[in-house]
Design a protein around this ligand. Structure first.
Ligand SMILES: [Fe+2]
Length: 182
């Protein structure tokens, strides 16, 4: 992110249990809305997501499907579309079928070994697949912004984040307190 300092933004723990009676499929969406300039400014005006895999992820075990580079195609559209002029970087989930028609790479599975971290932007078209393996897939997600970067959230999520940060402040050691903005 070309940042000297970063702030913690959000976290989640996710488990995808085996559903071996279902056929393999996946859904696709974006979580974030950026413009090209948000990727080029210093520091970058984006949220950076760390997916820490707690179990191995093979192609059958709910691997996240991603379309590499699709975030830049969408950001270029958003940079020039008059409907989005002045619209700041923000979290706004959009399913694939509601996105404008674009040409992107085909989806590929993101596989990993337990303990590895995938670093990505969820502005890329992505989505979990059905777990057709016999073991759950578990991961933790941590997101960060460069210090000073503001990312908008839907109202409910904004409130949830403020409450989470308030509780986190009570639990963090003073030496770690600087990871929370404000
Ligand atoms: Fe997502």
């Amino acid at each position: 992110m070309n940042a000297q300092n970063v702030h913690f933004f959000q976290t989640a723990i996710l488990t995808a249990y085996p559903e071996q009676n279902k056929p393999f499929s996946f859904w696709q969406h974006v979580d974030m809305q950026y413009r090209t300039r948000d990727f080029h400014t210093v520091p970058k005006n984006i949220l950076c997501s760390f997916f820490l895999w707690l179990t191995d992820v093979n192609e059958k075990r709910a691997a996240m499907m991603v379309r590499p580079g699709s975030h830049l195609v969408l950001a270029a559209l958003r940079e020039t579309d008059p409907n989005w002029i002045g619209d700041p970087p923000r979290g706004a989930p959009v399913p694939y079928d509601k996105l404008p028609p674009i040409s992107t790479a085909e989806p590929i599975p993101l596989t990993a070994k337990a303990g590895q971290v995938s670093v990505l932007t969820t502005a890329t078209i992505h989505g979990a697949s059905v777990n057709v393996d016999d073991q759950p897939r578990k991961n933790m997600v941590f997101t960060f912004t460069a210090a000073g970067v503001k990312i908008g959230l839907p109202p409910g999520e904004e409130l949830q984040k403020r409450e989470y940060d308030r509780e986190l402040r009570k639990r963090l050691r003073p030496v770690r307190m600087h990871i929370i903005a404000g």
